[in-house]
Design a protein around this ligand. Structure first.
Ligand SMILES: CC/C=C\C/C=C\C/C=C\C/C=C\C=C\C(=O)SCCNC(=O)CCNC(=O)[C@H](O)C(C)(C)COP(=O)(O)OP(=O)(O)OC[C@H]1O[C@@H](n2cnc3c(N)ncnc32)[C@H](O)[C@@H]1OP(=O)(O)O
Ligand SMILES: NC(=O)C1=CN([C@@H]2O[C@H](COP(=O)(O)OP(=O)(O)OC[C@H]3O[C@@H](n4cnc5c(N)ncnc54)[C@H](OP(=O)(O)O)[C@@H]3O)[C@@H](O)[C@H]2O)C=CC1
Length: 318
């Protein structure tokens, strides 16, 4: 095997919760933020709700009173999560098997949901696929796999539910989970970057077009949050985590509960005047990577003394 031994020996990073030290300068505050009962009598569909951020968003909505449906490919994972959350919150959580790449499966999923609970009030497009790879290694099917899950899957779910809502004269709140590099683009995750920016464009476009039908569309762009799904495919050896944390001004990774609170607010009635918004939640990582001079943080006070004296000595520009 060609990996250096110290990579292989590292503990799997996604198995650890944030340590106190890792809490950084801004420790996370994860308990549900909205008032209890904020989602009573509301039905929510969360794609990819069996794991990671989808699971956290489902837990928060369910604890606030929502009847949740979680949909993805692995029924056993979904059922286990549904049972665990339901036991914890006392509210119904139901699992529906659905591959969002297949529009017929999406239609069948929505049929099942409508049969069990009526049309949803909240739809969270969270399901995704991703892996790091030099683009020259990608096959056509690799490209299609990621863009089908992320962009087409979001479109199929949104169109399927949206058309039925329009037909029934019912409103709803849609949320999509993208990523900070949907805005900048990023090498080594090019299908994901292209698809996620497509998702943002879809949401902004429908916020404009379907507002008249009582539908709102918003987007959260999370920065890095340790989940098995993401970290096993984006940092499989664990070698990038420390440098990633080093460029986050808040001094730590995000947590699923923090995303869940923002998500709950955006899909709640408290946010009924928020539509077409794209909200970055990343501890400041994006601006920290973008600013031309941000690396000057490494300059010591003594070095600043020297530099300042040199600058002050310079008169004019010729
Ligand atoms: C410097 C930065 C360092 C660290 C970053 C660390 C942390 C994260 C920070 C930020 C995160 C930002 C954004 C995150 C976005 C996310 O979406 S994370 C969520 C990730 N979760 C998942 O991906 C879950 C679901 N994924 C899967 O099921 C699989 O991974 C899947 C490949 C996407 C789909 O599985 P499926 O079984 O349908 O597909 P396959 O048949 O296995 O493969 C399809 C084709 O793709 C080719 N392939 C698969 N893997 C690779 C690879 N690693 N490299 C190249 N090609 C790959 C595969 O060969 C198939 O193509 P074919 O051979 O031509 O048929
Ligand atoms: N964690 C992070 O650092 C970041 C994550 N994100 C985004 O957050 C969201 C959640 O990611 P995270 O929780 O980290 O990772 P996970 O891998 O845990 O979540 C992805 C989910 O998508 C589901 N999924 C994948 N393919 C399909 C499919 N074809 N049909 C239906 N469901 C599918 C998976 O379930 P199953 O396998 O059962 O189908 C899984 O539950 C994603 O949109 C991701 O892009 C964005 C930025 C940072």
């Amino acid at each position: 095997m060609f990996l250096p031994q110290r990579w292989i020996l590292q503990a799997r990073p996604w198995t650890r919760a944030l340590s106190q030290k890792e809490g950084g300068r801004f420790p996370p505050c994860e308990g549900a933020m909205l008032l209890p009962g904020s989602f009573n009598n509301k039905v929510a569909l969360i794609t990819g709700g069996g794991t990671g951020l989808g699971r956290a968003m489902t837990t928060t909505l369910s604890s606030l009173g929502a009847h949740c449906f979680i949909a993805s490919r692995k029924l056993d994972v979904l059922q286990k999560t549904a049972e665990e959350i339901s036991t914890q919150t006392g509210n119904k959580v139901q699992a529906i098997q659905c591959d969002v790449r297949d529009p017929r499966a999406v239609a069948a999923c929505v049929d099942q949901l409508v049969e069990l609970a009526g049309l949803p009030d909240v739809i969270i497009n969270n399901a995704a696929g991703n892996f790091v790879s030099p683009s020259e290694r990608l096959s056509a099917n690799a490209w299609k796999t990621i863009t089908d899950i992320v962009l087409n899957g979001t479109a199929y779910v949104t169109l399927e539910v949206g058309k039925r809502l329009i037909q029934a004269g019912k409103g709803a709140s849609f949320l999509a989970i993208t990523t900070i590099y949907a805005e900048s683009g990023s090498g080594f995750v090019v299908p994901s970057a292209a698809a996620k920016s497509g998702v943002e464009t879809l949401c902004k476009s429908l916020a404009a077009e379907w507002g008249r039908y009582g539908m709102r569309f918003n987007v959260i762009q999370p920065g890095p949050i340790r989940t098995k799904g993401a970290f096993s495919r984006l940092d499989p050896t664990g070698q990038f985590e420390t440098s990633m944390i080093g460029r986050i001004p808040a001094g730590r990774l995000g947590t699923p509960g923090e995303i869940a609170n923002l998500a709950a607010y955006l899909v709640s009635d408290y946010a009924s005047w928020v539509s077409g918004a794209v909200i970055r939640m990343d501890g400041g990582e994006y601006v920290s990577m973008a600013g031309e001079f941000n690396a000057l943080q490494k300059v010591s006070p003594e070095q600043w003394d020297v530099m300042e004296a040199m600058i002050r000595k310079t008169k004019g520009s010729s």
